[in-house]
Ligand binder design. Sequence first.
Ligand SMILES: [Zn+2]
Length: 429
Amino acid sequence: MITVFRDAWIVTQNDRREILRGDLAIDGERILSVGGRYGDAADEEIDCSGDILIPGLINTHTHVAMSVMKGVVDDLEFPDFLDKVFRIDADRTDADLALGTKIGCMEMMRSATTTFVDLYYSEDVIARAAQEAGLRGICCWCCLDEDKTTQKGNPVRNCKEFHRRFKGERKVVPGVGLQGVYVCNEETCVQAKEFSDEAGAPLTFHLSETVGEVNAHKKRYGLRPAEWLSHIGVLGPRDIAAHSSWVTMNEVRLMAEAGMSVSSCPVSNMKLATGGVCPVPEYEKAGVNVSLGTDGNTTNNTLDMIAEMKVLGLLQKHSRWDPTVALAQDLLDIVTRNGAKAVGMEGLLGSLEPGKYADVVVIDGGMPNVRPLVRENIVANLAYSLSQADVKTVMCQGDVVLRDREHTTLDPEEILPQAEDAWRSLCLR
Ligand SMILES: [Zn+2]
């Protein structure tokens, strides 16, 4: 099956960051050709004259199933926030998780995201719902100490069992998660890391989100969280550390030596007023791969990577009194190429190049907020002027999941009316 996107601006995000004008052809689930005129017969043609094609964005930190819990834990101190979330979480059913995942996936595809890294329990339910939505889930089963979880059984064993069942499933990458050093002792962390090594699976965890968490860890172990994780051998090239805001330069160096990635979550940090700003320029200079996450819908309260990208740039510039950091091209790299590297799929995702998976987003070039539109300002328009309202059509691994702003995989009329009942039953007790 050959699909051709005709006559678009193509923001390739290849090594030379070429912006081309022409056709993008897809064969099945992979990109066949980029730029120029595709002259051979096509099964489907999508007219994109004046529109912009970008690679699907990669959200490297979220808890997608929490999308059914919007607006229930806002404006609270961090410990009160956690208490309330954990209380609601304990009552959730598989149906709530599947519903939350579908709502979150619909929101993500409408805001140009085709791949997300999820950290939660019951990833089997989340993976199935994401498959139904047609998005790619890097589904990281959350491990924590057995005496601190509401999961049935041992979390590390549950994670391994999930991996066994979902390995090789289309658009699902089963991964390993750790909630964070505040509920994961050395044994849990090391077991998770060993399994990530054995399975070649991504390992993701919350790291140094709040200063309180850092101070408590230092008091208990004599080391800051990233120092301690390095000391016990948990840092490595498959790791994605979310937040990573309260770190020292020594920790930045250790994380760079490990070859790992961070997922900055600026909106979540600002909304919870956690104070620390992820030191993006220092990470990049040291060689840590910086990617971006929205975090969950209880802390953000959207999964909109377009908005998040702009906020990342604004926060970096504003907090450092320096408009020359976090440039438009850096921001676009962070949500595409760097995200692909973070999930270990840089050979398959993150740019529009022949042979890569066809994760393609069509941005409506007819919208006034992206005009004027010339080759010279496309990247700036994408970083600073774009809105999710501009997302027209989305393809993930060759499947069209949104066509002319209409969902093709999920039925909003069936799914969305269930949202309010689920919210009331979970959040109003
Ligand atoms: Zn999180």
